[in-house]
Structures are given as C-alpha cells and as structure tokens.
Design a protein around this ligand. Structure first.
Ligand SMILES: [Ca+2]
Ligand SMILES: [Ca+2]
Ligand SMILES: [Ca+2]
Length: 166
C-alpha cells in the first residue's frame, strides 16, 4: 500500500513538468525496449533486445561494429522516426544532419580503447549506462514513472545548460 502511495505521489510530482513538455510522446526508451508490451522495461528484457540489436547492427557478422555499421543502424531508425514525424522537410534535414553527426561522435566516445571497433563489451557498457539513467528508482525495471522522472531531470539539466550558455 505504501509503495502504491509513493508511486502515485511520484507520478503526480512529474506530470506537472515532464508530461506537459511532451504531451503526445510516451517514453521513447519504453517504446524501443518493451518487447512484451506491458508498459515497462525489465533489465532482462532490455539486455535481450540489446543483444538482438547488436547482432542486427553487425551487418558483416564479424563480432564487432564498425563506425559505418553503427551509424548505419542508427540512420535506419532515425529515418523511421523522421518519416513518422509531421515536421517540415527543412526541419527534418536539420535534425537528420545533427543526429547523424552525434551518432559519429557517440561511436568515438563509446569506442573506449579507440581501436575503431565497437566490441559487444563496449556496446553493453553503453547500454548499462542508458538503462541506469532511465531507471530512476534503481529497482531494475524502467516504468513510465521512471521514464517521466528521467525526462523531467533531463529537461531541467538542459534548461540549466541553456541558461549557462546565454
Ligand atoms: Ca516489458
Ligand atoms: Ca561488424
Ligand atoms: Ca573498441
């Protein structure tokens, strides 16, 4: 009962900020990884999906991801998102350039030992960080409540950066 109350309170606390910032978008993270469609992502579910994705991304099946494979997989998902978006073509082109540039940067960062190969260990380390970032209450399951709290935190951080840059 106590848990239930805490959940409700947390939900109420975040609806004011996160939900209003993106009224029509659910969590992209949950959308991406919720394989059994129960509205939340368990760690095992996440790991299974990441494994599948690593294999799918490794186009030549040599056990590691080249920058080309990594960015290529991302580009395919990005194009799906852009196709579903109702933004103008000009905005989509901007977004595409920005996101692809970031994907290249991300590859460089995630390739910890800088051998231009992303191993599964390097890929998994990035996945573990992404999951931890989303799992706000650290219970190993990312619920909509976690995702909303994370979105609110990220929004606040972004606003703080914007202010600092101004
Ligand atoms: Ca699930
Ligand atoms: Ca490969
Ligand atoms: Ca590497």
């Amino acid at each position: 009962m106590k848990t239930m109350f805490c959940l409700t309170a947390a939900l109420l606390a975040v609806t004011g900020s996160a939900a209003m910032a993106a009224p029509h978008e659910g969590s992209a993270f949950i959308h991406d990884y919720d394989a059994n469609h129960d509205g939340q992502v368990a760690r095992a579910e996440f790991d299974a999906e990441r494994n599948t994705r690593f294999k799918a991304t490794d186009a030549n099946a040599d056990g590691w991801l080249s920058e080309e494979e990594y960015v290529g997989e991302y580009r395919a998902r990005l194009e799906q998102q852009l196709a579903a978006s109702d933004r103008s073509e000009e905005k989509k082109t901007e977004e595409r350039q920005r996101q692809i540039r970031q994907a290249h940067v991300r590859f460089g960062v995630l390739d910890k030992d800088k051998d231009s190969k992303m191993t599964q260990a390097e890929y998994d380390a990035s996945g573990a960080r992404a999951f931890a970032e989303q799992d706000n209450d650290k219970d190993g399951i990312v619920t909509a409540t976690d995702a909303a709290a994370t979105a609110a935190r990220q929004l606040a951080a972004r606003n703080a950066t914007d202010k600092a840059e101004r």
